[in-house]
Design a binder for this molecule. Structure first.
Ligand code: P1T
Length: 384
């Protein structure tokens, strides 16, 4: 049976993997080496220098390709390093249409680094397909989609974006960090490139910073591999090992993240001191139909605003939480709470971020896989 015939919950464990050739180790050894002996110049066993390739990283890259139903995976030193490599496919003068509600670090990379290299970014609410099309002109090369969006939990229709990309001969890249391939597989919906901050759900234990790109097409894979090797922001062997280990339990963790996410979202929605809850599983979420079609479940990320929408009320809640840790990041087994305006999205000017709903009173929860009753009890004591 080839890996491609395995179901998702087996691919996470076996996809792209085989026992190590030297001693049959079931887990890939951590090849903590920068270089490899050659018997004659060019006479090596497939690896010559660990920026160009490393067996532990190669095992992770094969797993990434497998779980995203791609053919080629590339592992980087962070999610932003993966986006940085992807953007180097562009040339000065090229234009990119991006969602206007996205991770603050992605926005910062686009605006503060790549605009200086002659790229132009249009930020638009991609739930509105006509608005995306209006931004497309003869210089447009790429659609950058993040779905669900960080932190507003908008859901963008990947198939509709793929149709638009095809009609205008554009690349479509999807940041699949929030959903993970357990919930949606963008390459199957027509995307050209899937990107991950593997720091989050793929690693799943808040112990690595890793990024990933996955593609189906060989020519695109070759270009990205060239950039990965030429620019050099690769994932190290130890982090590759830890991420691979995390991926093996992705499906069971995600199932519980989704269950707990639903319990927390419904609890908050019914709470008299809460003004608004953002979670795509609610039938009255504006993109619920797209989410229900495109995703297997609705994930463990929930954002909300306390009544009165005051900054002080939001800060008081995040400071009181005990089981939820106040911290940047998401997707680990432990629950985290964040205040996007001052933390993950602080690099987006206030006026810009407020346009997409990232107000000073917004709180973002990464609901972990603890006992849901403890999470609810923690929220209960923190929200008054
Ligand atoms: O942190 P890094 O591995 O470089 O990944 C960047 C990144 C890219 N895309 C999305 C959707 C992300 O959420 C992130 C990182 N986000 C956080 C650190 C956060 O707390 O939102």
């Amino acid at each position: 049976m080839s890996d491609k015939d395995l179901r998702f919950n087996s691919k996470t464990i076996h996809g792209g993997q085989s026992p190590d050739k030297a001693y049959g180790a079931v887990m890939p050894p951590i090849y903590q080496t920068s270089t490899y002996a050659q018997d004659t110049p060019g006479g090596h066993q497939g690896f010559e220098y660990s920026r160009s390739g490393n067996p532990t990283r190669a095992a992770l890259e094969a797993s990434l390709a497998s779980i995203e139903n791609g053919n080629y995976g590339l592992a980087f030193g962070s999610g932003l390093a993966a986006i940085d490599a992807l953007m180097k496919l562009m040339k000065p003068g090229d234009e990119i249409v991006s969602t206007n509600d996205l991770y603050g670090g992605s926005y910062r990379l686009f605006k503060k680094i790549f605009e200086d290299f002659g790229l132009k970014f249009h930020f638009v609410g991609m739930q509105d397909i006509a608005a995306v099309e209006e931004c497309i002109n003869k210089n447009t090369r790429l659609l950058w989609v993040e779905t669900p969006t960080n932190p507003m939990m908008n859901v963008i229709d990947i198939e509709a974006m793929a149709a638009l990309a095809k009609r205008h001969d554009l690349l479509l890249a999807v940041d699949n960090t929030f959903a993970t391939p357990y919930l949606q597989q963008p390459l199957d919906l027509g995307a050209d490139i899937v990107m991950h901050s593997a720091t989050k759900y793929l690693g799943g234990h808040s112990d690595v910073v890793v990024g990933a790109l996955v593609v189906k097409d060989k020519e695109l894979a070759d270009k990205l591999y060239f950039i990965q090797n030429a620019s050099g922001a690769v994932c190290g062997p130890m982090d590759s090992f830890l991420t691979l280990r995390g991926i093996k339990t992705l499906h069971v963790r995600m199932q519980r993240h989704c269950e707990n996410g639903r319990i927390v979202a419904e609890y908050l929605k019914a709470h008299p001191a809460i003004e608004k809850v953002y979670w795509p599983g609610f039938e009255d979420h504006p993109n619920h139909d797209v989410a229900a079609r495109q995703m297997k479940d609705f994930g463990g990320m929930v954002s909300f605003v306390p009544k009165g929408s005051s900054y002080d009320a939001a800060i008081a809640i995040v400071e009181k939480l005990k089981v939820f840790t106040l911290a940047e990041s998401l997707g680990g087994v432990e629950s985290l709470a964040g205040h996007p305006a001052s933390m993950t999205h602080a690099s987006i000017p206030k006026e810009e971020r407020e346009k997409s709903g990232v107000v000073d009173s917004l709180i973002r929860l990464s609901v972990g896989i603890e006992d849901a009753a403890d999470l609810i009890a923690d929220l209960e004591q923190a929200i008054v």
